[in-house]
Design a protein around this ligand. Structure first.
Ligand code: UD1
Length: 427
């Protein structure tokens, strides 16, 4: 199994191109199921999760064709076509590998009138149920049965009908499933307390480009007027705000200066605010954002919340960076119940962090030290890479497959800005 080896201590300096957003890609790809015409996505990141999603789509009868990228370029184009839906079953071994597989539920139900999708079960960061996905679809008339670990959903008379649903908790995935289902339903759907993440706006923009009728984009109140059919289009995936934020933390923790090429400030205001509270200098230019260290990092207090709040997907990376701040920081995780899995590993690198339920106190230390550490989930893995970049000595991050799910060619991007980092294959 591959690992990432890092020799810490270099101040990173230079440009990092920001790839297409993983979480946007994973909700734009299932839109191929909504039409029998071709859907082409440009700027798709080269990630294991994108490949897994494309295999799932293949199993459902969607053809996928990838156009190669030239050396040194990032992103690629994928053309998908769901002429017919050959199968409406998303099996356990797919959903188990990648929870986002449940995002085929809404579009399959809308297009084929039925869908059978494995329940995802737990994952490293918590319980993560899909009850809200199912309740939202029920409000569109879906009939849902749970049996043998699967959700079996059907639309009476083959078509969903518009309805209103108010989310008791903001859910990105449930909002996405509901949107993809509602675009082809009869009549009007209103979603209240919908997620407002930029990836949801990206999804709405694609659905509108395909002929969908949606208003309220970017707000918590989405109104969808169902249409008879959608058509194909070509659409560019938005830049990855979490990747950009992660590399911003790399500039901070190494005392360096990085230009995040293609990053969009409006997608990441809370992250940028936190970076500047930490004492980092931010400069905005027409190609992206420059993040530069300016003396010691300052401690801060952060609480995760749905967009436009501070993203839970940035919590682990900020924690790594705050390990080097001069003073005590306070973090609170309000979205997932088990999202401090990186803490025991960071402690092995000399971090001083106390956990009290969903809160963490990060006592800044002068020195982090290299160690062999184990990645537990995607963002946790990135926090270990960040710590390794700043640590004295060598760090080896095991279980790199987590990183490959969400960071396109991480070691290439980091070595291009001065890091001593390489991928090592075991055996
Ligand atoms: C998405 C992102 C993930 C991010 C998360 C929160 C993708 C592929 N993943 O995950 O990177 O960390 O948003 O920003 O886009 N919940 C329920 N019932 C449900 C659904 C969710 O109780 O049916 C709860 C969850 O357990 C969690 C909260 O709602 O506590 C938010 O989860 P949600 O926004 O749905 O996360 P995902 O869509 O799974």
């Amino acid at each position: 199994m591959d690992s990432i080896w890092i020799k810490g201590g270099a101040r990173l300096k230079g440009e990092i191109p920001i790839s297409g957003a993983k979480n946007a890609a994973l909700t734009l790809m299932p839109c191929a199921l909504l039409t029998d015409e071709k859907l082409t996505l440009a700027n798709l990141p080269r990630l294991a999760d994108v490949d897994t999603f494309s295999h799932l789509l293949n199993q459902l009868g969607v053809s996928t064709k990838v156009e190669g990228v030239k050396p040194g370029e990032y992103g690629r184009r994928m053309t998908m076509r769901a002429g017919d839906i050959a199968s409406t079953i998303a099996p356990y071994d797919m959903v188990r590998k990648m929870r986002a597989s449940v995002l085929v539920l809404g579009p399959m139900l809308a297009r084929a009138g039925e869908a059978t999708v494995s329940l995802p079960g737990g994952c490293a960061i918590g319980d993560r149920p899909i009850d809200l996905h199912l309740k939202a679809l029920e409000s569109l008339g879906a009939e849902i049965e749970l049996a043998a670990g699967y959700v079996k959903a059907s639309a009476p008379k083959g078509r969903l009908s518009g309805g209103d649903f108010s989310f008791p908790v903001v859910s990105v995935g449930a909002t996405e499933n509901a949107l993809m289902a509602a675009v082809l339903a009869t009549g009007r759907t209103q979603l209240f307390n919908a997620a407002r993440e930029p990836e949801i706006v990206d999804l709405c923009n694609l659905l509108v480009a395909m002929g969908g009728k949606i208003t309220g984009m970017g707000s918590g109140h989405l109104v969808i007027d169902g249409v008879e059919r959608l058509h194909g289009t070509t659409y560019e995936v938005m830049p990855d705000r979490i990747e950009a934020g992660s590399y911003a933390c790399a500039a901070g923790i190494t005392g360096g200066s990085l230009d995040l090429i293609g990053a969009r400030p409006d997608d990441m205001r809370a992250t940028l605010h936190a970076l500047s509270q930490c004492g980092l200098i931010l400069e905005f230019h027409d190609r992206g954002i420059r993040v530069s260290a300016d003396g010691d990092l300052k401690p801060l207090a952060l609480s995760t919340s749905p967009f436009p709040g501070f993203a839970t997907d940035m919590q682990a990376q900020f924690m790594a960076m705050l390990c080097r701040a001069s003073g005590d920081s306070f973090l609170e995780e309000t979205i997932f119940e088990n999202r401090y899995m990186h803490v025991p590993e960071l402690r092995r690198m000399n971090a001083n962090v106390d956990i009290h339920g969903r809160s963490a106190i990060v006592h800044g230390v002068d020195t982090m030290t290299g160690a062999t550490v184990m990645a537990t989930d995607l963002r946790a893995s990135m926090s270990l890479v960040l710590a390794g970049l700043a640590a004295e000595g060598e760090t080896e991050v095991l279980r790199v497959y987590h990183l490959d799910r969400g960071y396109e060619r991480l070691e290439e991007k980091l070595s291009a800005v001065g890091a001593t980092i390489e991928r090592r294959s075991a055996g």
